[in-house]
Design a protein around this ligand. Structure first.
Ligand code: TGC
Ligand code: FAD
Length: 393
């Protein structure tokens, strides 16, 4: 849509005072880019169910790919507050575009940086940071989603190669990715991570169609039919589920900030609409029932802003636990979904159209509440943390 993007972020508790000038500059740059490049086109791409590939260069320029990766490997070397702010601004535009950035930075660059050899880092990280190469992350399988430890995708050793067989499902960026970070079991049943490159024989990435959610993000499968992976493409030392789950901590952290961006955009749209739209001779924002919705939205946004800010401070100091990250991911997405649904109602019939971003956010958030650990999985992680009792199995 060509409608002007008038977004202003709510800051009810003056949290801007907790940000540095550098953080504010990063936010202003990202916001300006989203207003200029994303908002004018995103509705059309979502309606057509197409990923706007031309945005990749801009995402790289604003530092969205691997913001915390050191500059020596092409990253921006920023702290976790900066990373969160970037994800928030991008998801304010669209969750699908944030997905692309999350996957590239947290699920592809992070494991290569953390588990990879020096050669892998030098070969891939600078190209991923600049968007010249795009990656995806293959953990979920058709029969193993919440329980990735049950995966059946496997490798067997064959001289200086491993032979990879199996399939991954629901993989963001898969249809166009140049490489995939893939998790598979070795002959002793241990989970190993590796880099699979497009063009390797037996590797294909069929696209998943007919989604009602994240329509501006490309989703696909990863199919491995006797793919020969050079041993140099394996992460040498990491073994077990903690490998992929360590990456998920990074991405879940970004989503905790990102989903709030979608919530703030819905609130902003609903507030503005409520002051302009008149029924029964006055703006609908003058009716108590509509004010209740707005008051609850800004209250929940403010609480969640405080939560992710504190989490960012802890994460920058290396003190955030994965359980704290789970709590924030779950809370932000729940808050965002509630706000999107209420904002949609406040817009009446207009709320179901692409004239406003609200219904697109609402539908996107149905994926965000499911991927990176479902709402219920994160609740069980908190439950286990406070009781010490595992209720998963
Ligand atoms: P469990 O026995 O609890 O743990 C196995 C090993 O992993 C360690 N661990 C973690 N390490 C780092 N970070 C975490 N968050 C960790 N959670 C557990 C744990 O200490 C243990 O280590 P060790 O040394 O003892 O071996 O594992 P479990 O099989 O019982 O499963 C636990 C459970 C259910 C919480 C976990 O499997 C889970 O989180 N499931 C959800 C799966 C999930 O989130 N999938 C996401 C796929 S990727 C995706 O959705 C990308 S969307 C991207 C986008 O488009 O934005
Ligand atoms: P299931 O695991 O089958 O869960 C179904 C329901 O059962 C859920 O409500 C769940 O909460 C519940 N449940 C499961 N176990 C328990 C339990 N122990 N106790 C109580 N309830 C339980 N994966 C990747 O690897 N890479 C990606 O890039 C990626 N991108 C995605 C993009 C999109 C658009 C979507 C929708 C998914 C993506 N995923 C990706 C997969 C995503 O992580 C999984 O969908 C998610 O982890 C849930 O797995 P599942 O869909 O198999 O659901």
């Amino acid at each position: 849509m060509s409608k002007k993007d008038l977004y202003e972020s709510p800051d009810y508790y003056l949290l801007d005072e907790l940000l540095s000038e550098e953080h504010k500059l990063i936010r202003a740059t990202a916001r300006e880019w989203v207003k200029r490049e994303v908002s004018p086109v995103i509705e059309e791409y979502a309606q057509r169910s197409e990923f706007p590939k031309h945005l990749i260069g801009g995402l790289a320029e604003i530092g969205a790919f691997g913001p915390t990766i050191p500059a020596a490997y092409g990253g921006a070397g920023l702290d976790y507050l900066a990373y969160g702010i970037l994800m928030q601004e991008i998801e304010r535009g669209d969750s699908g575009i944030r997905s692309t950035a999350s996957v590239q930075g947290s699920l592809v660059m992070y494991p290569i940086y953390t588990y990879g050899t020096e050669e892998q880092k030098k070969r891939f990280l600078p190209q991923l940071a600049s968007g010249k190469l795009m990656g995806c992350f293959g953990l979920t399988e058709p029969d193993h989603g919440s329980n990735p430890g049950g995966m059946v995708t496997n490798i067997r050793e064959d001289g200086d190669h491993f032979v990879l067989n199996g399939a991954k499902m629901w993989i963001s960026n898969a249809p166009f990715a140049d490489l995939a970070v893939v998790w598979a079991k070795d002959e002793s049943g241990k989970i190993r991570g590796m880099i699979v490159e497009r063009g390797m024989e037996g590797f294909s990435t069929p696209e998943t169609h007919h989604k009602w959610s994240l329509r501006a993000s490309a989703t696909g499968e990863l199919v491995f039919d006797n793919v020969r992976i050079p041993k140099a493409n394996l992460f040498p030392d990491i073994r077990g589920l903690k490998g992929p789950l360590g990456c998920l901590n990074q991405a879940r952290y970004g989503i905790a900030w990102g989903a709030l961006g979608a919530a703030m955009d819905c609130y902003d749209a609903a507030l503005r609409y409520s002051l302009q739209r008149e029924q029964f001779g006055k703006p609908i924002g003058g009716f108590q029932l509509q004010q209740k919705k707005l008051a609850e939205m800004i209250t929940e946004i403010t609480k969640a802003q405080l939560l992710v800010w504190r989490l960012g401070v802890l994460k920058s100091k290396g003190r955030a636990t994965s359980e704290q990250i789970s709590m924030a991911k779950r809370n932000s997405v729940e808050v965002a979904l509630d706000i999107a649904r209420n904002a949609r109602q406040m817009l009446g019939g207009m709320g179901i159209t692409g004239e406003y971003p609200v219904m697109r956010h609402m539908m996107n958030l149905e994926s965000v509440v499911t991927y990176e650990g479902t709402h219920d999985i994160h609740l069980l992680i908190t439950g286990m943390d406070v009781t010490g009792i595992n209720a998963f199995k």
